[in-house]
Design a protein around this ligand. Structure first.
Ligand SMILES: [Zn+2]
Ligand SMILES: [Zn+2]
Length: 137
């Protein structure tokens, strides 16, 4: 996995926590979700904080900054659009490994092209909301 993809996985995880009403995620929860050790989660979150993607408070938890949320939203959007493409257009089973591989390599322009061709869908096949892109407005 490329380092930037790794960063994106963290952002994606935090975004999903937020979606589920957890605004301040605990390190242990993040580590568990990503199947990594607590120290490596802390190390990574410090890097994310340096880059301005998260705000990290010791003993309290982590939350996305505006910048982090924006970056995460694009990945989530990619993820859910690809799921829909696989399921509805290709009539194939969703393989999360494939989805997670592709989502990090899409430009915003490509996501919008895909979104347009799928007629600006609002939900992924799992019923989760797809964040809107510029094309949807
Ligand atoms: Zn989904
Ligand atoms: Zn759209």
């Amino acid at each position: 996995m490329e380092p930037s993809e790794n960063i994106e996985e963290y952002l994606e995880t935090l975004w999903i926590f937020e979606e589920n009403g957890v605004a301040l995620a605990r390190i242990s929860e993040i580590a568990q979700r990503l199947s990594i050790s607590r120290p490596s989660a802390v190390e990574m979150l410090k890097k994310l904080e340096e880059r301005g993607y998260v705000a990290y408070k010791e003993r309290e938890g982590v939350k996305l900054t505006k910048r982090g949320r924006k970056a995460a939203e694009q990945i989530i959007r990619n993820h859910r659009l690809i799921e829909l493409l696989i399921k509805n257009t290709l009539n194939a089973e969703i393989d999360e490994k494939v989805v997670c591989g592709i989502e990090h390599h899409m430009t915003e322009e490509f996501a919008n092209t895909l979104c347009r061709s799928l007629n600006h869908p609002r939900q992924c096949p799992h019923g989760n909301e797809i964040p809107r892109g510029k094309c949807c407005k």
